[in-house]
Design a protein around this ligand. Structure first.
Ligand code: SF4
Length: 394
């Protein structure tokens, strides 16, 4: 693929001020959790310098070829386990981003972290780099559940990591939790919630466990070595968190995300609001309003592709105006406030209700979607059946 074809659509947006999100994928992990199907693994540390060199090259390529300046207000290091990456390598990546893009003052800079990798010293070093938000992969506050998931940390590690982050001055911390685990009782889930809220993080994300084909979890369930998660109980766990979060003063702003006032994930909001982002690294996705691009998977393939081409695009998915509207609709419905019908009309030139009435009316009749106060949104019942709603638009 030539440079011109990779970037031919880059200049198109809709005339609004562009504030990009920059995502950097760090696929290196110290172990493999049984449920994980991300592009992440226990790769040799010898690959790290080559991977960082490829990231820098990809960033330079994008920076040089983008037809206009890319102005970013969020940076997100995801993985993998970016918190285990050598700090000087993270610094090198940030310098490269800074060299090729305009990163606005006050940008939200997030790093995903595993609890066992956060010491006071490391937390301070991350803070000095300019990281101002940390997303900690806690998953559970029960040691037995952590062991079952193949996590490499204990509850004590979580408490220590959280304290270290606070002492280092982090005032924007997310905790990731997973509900609906094999054999998990409501009592255990509620005790995980007690422990999570006791820490008073600014942000909480909760996903129900998904079983992906080819993972050790899928195998263990198929062999009957772990009990199958109970779907009905999982739904109750989800509602228990929604209610508890509200009672604790958190805003439930996206299906799986909760925050104290003003602490929404600015980066992740871009994914649900049809905003542009660049992704760097293996399997990273980019979106400019006209097309979505996805990089090759696995660090070795990524390093090779960038060496050959300067970029690592493996797949390009064109976004017709119709496709973009549909995506804006179902991604916008992930937000609890839903879609502002007036804003949607102004931005996409169609009234979502009249354009998609045939699809929407059965969802309204089934009590999954509601039109209320100028917004179209999922109902409480729709939150747990959201995949059925989104399937209509995919
Ligand atoms: S630490 Fe995260 S990315 Fe790595 S294997 Fe576990 S779940 Fe996957």
């Amino acid at each position: 693929m030539s440079r011109s074809t990779v970037f031919q659509n880059q200049s198109h947006w809709d005339g609004r001020a562009q504030r990009w999100g920059l995502y950097v994928h760090i696929p290196f992990c110290p172990y493999h959790c049984i449920y994980c199907d991300f592009d992440a693994g226990v790769y040799s540390r010898h690959l790290i310098p080559h991977y960082v060199a490829a990231l820098r090259r990809e960033m330079a390529f994008v920076g040089q070829n983008a037809p206009q300046d890319v102005i970013a207000d969020t940076v997100y290091f995801g993985g993998g386990t970016p918190s285990l990456f050598p700090v000087d390598r993270l610094a090198e990546i940030l310098r490269s981003l800074d060299e090729h893009f305009i990163i606005l003052e006050g940008a939200e800079i997030t790093l995903e972290a595993n609890p066992e990798s956060i010491t006071r010293q490391r937390a301070e070093a991350l803070r000095r780099l300019g990281i101002n938000r940390v997303s900690v992969g806690v998953q559970s506050f029960i040691d037995e559940e952590l062991r079952m998931l193949g996590r490499g940390h204990t509850v004590e590690d979580v408490q220590a990591a959280f304290a270290a982050l606070r002492q280092a001055g982090f005032q924007n911390i997310n905790l990731d939790l997973i509900g609906g685990l094999p054999g998990q009782s409501m009592e255990r889930w509620l005790s995980t919630l007690d422990a999570a809220f006791a820490l008073r993080p600014e942000h909480l994300s909760m996903y129900l466990l998904e079983v992906h084909e080819g993972t050790p979890l899928a195998r263990l369930l198929a062999q009957g070595r772990l009990p199958r998660p109970d779907d009905e109980l999982s739904v109750e766990m989800y509602y228990a968190l929604c209610d508890r979060a509200r009672a604790e003063g958190y805003e439930h702003y996206e299906l799986s995300n909760y925050c104290l006032p003003g602490f929404h994930s600015r980066h992740n909001l871009k994914y649900w609001s049809d905003e542009p982002y660049w992704g760097f690294g293996s399997s990273a996705a980019s979106y400019d309003g006209r097309e979505r691009r996805v990089n090759v998977r696995t660090p070795r393939a990524y390093i090779d592709r960038v060496r050959q081409c300067g970029h690592a695009t493996a797949e390009r998915i064109p976004m017709t105006p119709e496709r973009r509207r549909q995506e804006a609709l179902f991604l916008g419905l992930r937000r609890i406030r839903g879609i502002d019908l007036g804003e949607f009309r102004a931005r996409y030139g169609v009234d979502p209700w009249s354009a998609y009435e045939a699809e929407l009316q059965p969802l309204v009749d089934a009590g999954l979607v509601v039109k209320e106060g100028g917004h179209l949104k999922l109902t409480r019942k729709g939150w747990v059946l959201s995949n059925e709603v989104f399937a209509v638009f995919v």
